[in-house]
Design a protein around this ligand. Structure first.
Ligand code: NDP
Length: 297
């Protein structure tokens, strides 16, 4: 068997187009332009690239983009003051603080200062609680992107066995909550899980969010299963070049799986597309307008 390749790049482009269509209508019918503020503290090169592409795609979708680049030595007090200003600004519907923050700043404190209604990353404790109790919330972008891919592929996830490898607050845990919300039977695996290979072999849906290059081989995959590889790992090849690989050994897994996301081009592009979708949703909610269907959990 050769797995169907799930084209996250094309799917993300469709989401961005859909978001842009809604944004154009909001502007024409309600004079409303959704706005996303991204706060970057310090000069981490990877973070600068992420923030750059978030800003670019925000503008391409017709939204307002506000970038706040602060020096690495910014104090907690000053950063919280920036967030307070953004919370109070009616032109800003979404606020994202790029992580990781420099070590002298308390990420939890900073994230929990964001107005939960503007927390488009879905990391505020209120949104975590709302998601955990099955209530309307802002949903973390990467797991939301995975859910969209899975719904598109399967229609219903009801009763399917889903295994999520990884239990981080950013990916693993919210992913498991979303799968549970769609009535999958969910197992969360992590570094202490016994017989991980066996656990994975029971999965109709296998989500890998570990951060270990090609850790999951094809013989851990149930024939016909759907494999969603969240991992983004840069490795050096024997020729001395660098390339990106996932947490799944793509070649061997693609011979067994029914469908699989590649790295790059699978889950990665969905993350920013979902950030735009969340900003649109936040703008609609803030203005008492119906939120677009199919762009939230
Ligand atoms: P974390 O490091 O926060 O979490 C990794 C998880 O994997 C932990 O729960 C850890 O378990 C588990 N783990 C580590 N080693 C093993 C092992 N040998 N067996 C089983 N489980 C293990 O990572 P993130 O969740 O933030 O990210 C995971 C991956 O996803 C990374 O490659 C990251 O780059 C990528 N990512 C991609 C995004 C995208 O846009 N596509 C967005 C966010 C992340 P324990 O808790 O026991 O330590």
């Amino acid at each position: 068997m050769t797995a169907r390749v799930i084209d996250g790049k094309a799917f993300a482009a469709r989401i961005r187009e859909e978001v842009a269509g809604h944004v154009a209508r909001l502007k024409a019918e309600h004079g409303l332009q959704p706005g996303l503020a991204v706060v970057l503290v310090g000069e981490d090169p990877a973070s600068q690239v992420y923030v750059g592409s978030k800003g670019k795609q925000t503008v391409e979708a017709g939204m307002a983009s506000f970038e706040h680049k602060l020096p690495a030595e910014t104090s907690e007090k000053d950063l919280l003051a920036v967030i307070d200003r953004l919370n109070a600004d009616p032109k800003v519907h979404g606020i994202l603080v790029q992580l990781p923050l420099p070590s002298h700043l308390n990420s939890d404190l900073v994230i929990n200062r964001i107005d939960p209604a503007k927390d488009v990353d879905g990391f505020h404790i209120s949104n975590v609680g709302l998601l955990g109790t099955g209530q309307k919330s802002m949903v973390p972008c990467t797991p939301l992107g995975c859910l969209m891919l899975l719904r598109d592929l399967h229609g219903s996830l009801s009763g399917l066995n889903a295994v999520v490898v990884g239990r981080s607050n950013i990916v693993g845990k919210p992913m498991a909550q979303l799968l549970l919300g769609d009535s999958a039977t969910v197992t969360i695996a992590h570094s202490r899980t016994k017989n991980l290979a066996e656990v994975c072999r029971g999965a109709d849906i296998l989500v890998a969010a570990v951060g270990r290059p090609e850790m999951i081989p094809g013989d851990w995959v149930k024939p016909g299963a759907t494999v969603i590889d969240v991992g983004i790992n840069r490795i050096t090849t024997p020729e001395g070049k660098t390339r990106l690989v996932g947490d799944v050994d793509y070649e061997s897994a693609a011979r067994v799986a029914g469908a699989i996301t590649p790295v790059p081009g699978g889950v990665g592009p969905m993350t920013i597309a979902c950030l735009l979708a969340n900003t649109l949703t936040a703008a609609c909610r803030a203005n008492g307008l119906p939120e677009p269907k199919g762009l939230t959990a």
